[in-house]
Write a new protein. Structure first.
Length: 155
């Protein structure tokens, strides 16, 4: 029996082995009811359905399942969230918030996908790599309509 098959049931979709979104084969799993704290570094795909606190660094994909609860600084290529995350999320590829996601923290990624029903509290910064780009904030004007502040100068 392969590692990727030991937790699969007929109701769970199989993890793709490789796709354009960068999701690879599942190589580690923190199951519901498990708690872990510290630094987690990995090269492929990790799924967390338990509790994790600390730092996460990945060269591929982090998946936080519906029962997952993560309080961490996250740096990964792709971050897919269906559970709860508190902390700073930095993705070089994309962040996906499914409808059951609850995120409290800032997101830095070139792409963000958010399903209807996801709850996000924080700031999103989208850009490509470390290239210069201006930032703008949206604040309500006196008449209650949003307007853009002046963009910060390019660095």
């Amino acid at each position: 029996m392969a590692f990727n098959d030991f937790r699969k049931t007929k109701d769970e979709p199989k993890m793709p082995t490789a796709t354009a979104s960068g999701v690879g084969a599942l190589t580690a799993f923190i199951d519901q009811g498990s708690e872990f704290s510290g630094k987690l570094n990995f090269k492929d795909t990790v799924r967390i359905d338990g509790r994790f606190e600390g730092e996460i660094a990945s060269e591929n994909t982090l998946i936080v399942g519906e029962s997952g609860s993560v309080t961490a600084t996250i740096k990964s290529q792709t971050v897919i969230i269906s559970g709860e995350v508190h902390g700073e999320i930095t993705a070089t590829g994309q962040v996906v918030l499914h409808k059951t996601a609850r995120v409290d923290g800032n997101i830095h990624a070139p792409r963000l996908a958010m399903e209807d029903g996801a709850v996000f509290t924080g700031r999103v910064e989208m850009g490509v790599g470390k290239t210069s780009h201006s930032k703008a904030t949206v604040q309500p004007s006196k008449d209650g309509q949003p307007h853009k502040d002046h963009a910060a100068p390019k660095v």
